[in-house]
Ligand binder design. Structure first.
Ligand code: PNW
Length: 460
């Protein structure tokens, strides 16, 4: 049986707006997701996170379920507007208390908290006053919010993630408009991304300057799907690599190398904002580990610009800028998000990161899948999800044998939750949630995941 290294971190993950509920309770201010989901047509059936899984009231029960699985770590996010209702100045002590109690409860259960500071639920006031991430003062507000979190929770939290998936914020929030704040543009994604990177870097500098005595680690989590060249031609190989640079290099190159990929600078010209030399120095080296959220794989082929690019479900970023056609293999199994299940793509993704960024410590901070699960006689037989996890975890084991420093893996998600624009229609959980009674039931995949943790292996 191939085992993971002894210190491998097995975890599960969630985010604040997707699970907490209590969206207007105990002094929490509104976020852009409260506003966005209240607009008719923006989410499946008009669903919102107002109640979600009611984790705000059920967190003790949830931690017990995690303990039953034997997870070593739990990744959750703090709702900025719960601790700072308008995103700046005034602190909501009831919100601080909630996260403080949650952290204490995790530590009591021997589960290590991994805290994301920003998982997309921007305080609405900052959207209205500063145009959200387009605003030049946002990095300072984010750094002040991060400072508050380090001050209040850093005695117990030693693993921080500044931003979750700035690519999604930029492309889906400011490009395609399918996520909050719902902006549609081909230039704003690059502007929002620029402020997000500066915000990340400022927060890291606050942590390293003021809180080094807390002896924690801090980094950023980016998402990237693998791009496999459609054919062996040089043009398709270049197209696949170009697509990866526009996807992941966009955010990881500044952090690891100090600037955007040159291919982006060449192709975007003035649409890509420039970092000053001080900013480059400030951003470079601001991640203690490489956080990766990985979900799927697509083929990439060169498009010479004479025909319209094919983008199968719109996740290719701004395809006009890349000249890349994306496609799927008919033999690939699809999840209910229509994301293809391709474990070898995960292994290649890890190898690409390892090579491009100099063998960093990597954590997969999200990987998982949605299926149309049903609760029958108190059980959920989600064999497809079990197979998904086994396949991807085996790919992780292979990557580790090849020398990739993959140090941990967090399943997305601990439980079914509010899947953004898809509402409650898409179930990603290891635990089934009945959204009428809010009852939780471990799925078959959760029991398997617990066994895998016990054996420290996916070969079970
Ligand atoms: C991630 N894409 O979102 C998020 O971090 C989670 O909050 C979310 O529930 C999970 O993955 C499943 O969707 C993504 O289009 C959303 O490539 C969209 C994409 C990727 C990740």
């Amino acid at each position: 049986m191939t085992k993971f290294p002894n210190d491998f971190i097995w975890g599960t993950a969630t985010s604040s707006y997707q699970i907490e509920g209590a969206a207007t309770k105990h002094g929490k201010g509104p976020s852009i997701w409260d506003a966005f989901s209240s607009i008719p047509g923006k989410t499946h059936n008009g669903e919102t996170g107002e109640i979600a899984c009611d984790h705000f009231h059920k967190y003790k029960e949830d931690i017990q379920l995690m303990k039953n699985m034997g997870v070593k770590a739990y990744r959750f996010s703090i709702a900025w507007a719960r601790v700072m209702p308008t995103g700046k100045d005034r602190i909501n002590e009831a919100g601080i208390q909630f996260y403080s109690d949650l952290i204490d409860e995790l530590i009591k259960a021997d589960i290590v908290p991994w805290v994301t500071l920003y998982h997309w639920d921007l305080p609405l006031a900052l959207q209205m006053e500063h145009d959200g991430w387009l605003g030049a003062s946002m990095p300072n507000y984010f750094a002040a919010y991060a400072d508050l979190c380090f001050e209040r929770f850093g005695d117990r939290v030693k693993h921080w993630i500044t931003l979750n998936e700035p690519w999604v914020v930029s492309i889906l929030g400011y490009g395609q408009g399918v996520f909050a704040p719902g902006r549609v543009s081909t230039s704003e994604p690059y502007m929002a991304a620029h402020q997000l990177l500066l915000a990340h870097a400022k927060a890291v500098h606050v942590y390293r300057k003021k809180y080094s005595h807390q002896k924690g680690t801090i980094g950023i989590t980016n998402n990237c799907d693998w791009r496999e060249p459609l054919t062996d031609s040089e043009l398709d190989k270049e197209a696949a690599d170009r697509a990866l640079q526009f996807f992941l290099g966009w955010f990881a190159d500044p952090v690891y190398k100090g600037d955007y990929p040159s291919i982006m600078k060449e192709r975007l010209g003035d649409r890509l904002p420039k970092f000053s030399s001080e900013e480059k120095d400030m951003i470079k080296g601001t991640s203690d580990f490489f956080g990766l959220n990985h979900y799927t794989t697509m083929y990439a082929a060169h498009n010479d610009g004479t025909k319209k690019e094919q983008s199968v479900y719109g996740n290719g970023g701004i395809s006009e800028d890349q000249h890349v056609d994306l496609s799927l293999d008919d033999n690939w199994k699809l999840t209910s998000m229509n994301w293809a299940v391709v474990p070898w793509g995960c292994k290649k993704m890890l190898a690409w990161i390892d090579e491009r960024y100099g063998n960093p410590d990597i954590y997969i901070t999200e990987n998982g899948c949605a299926y149309n699960d049903e609760l029958i006689n108190g059980q959920v037989n989600d064999q497809e999800r079990l197979d998904f996890y086994q396949g991807y975890l085996k790919a992780c084991q292979e990557a580790i044998s090849d020398g990739v420093k993959l140090k941990g893996y967090f399943a997305w998600s601990f439980m079914d939750n509010f899947e953004w624009a898809s509402g409650y229609d898409k179930r990603f959980g290891l635990h089934y949630v009945d959204f009428k009674t809010l009852e939780r039931t471990p799925k078959k995949s959760a029991l398997w995941f617990g066994e895998a943790i016990k054996h420290n292996s996916a070969d079970i």
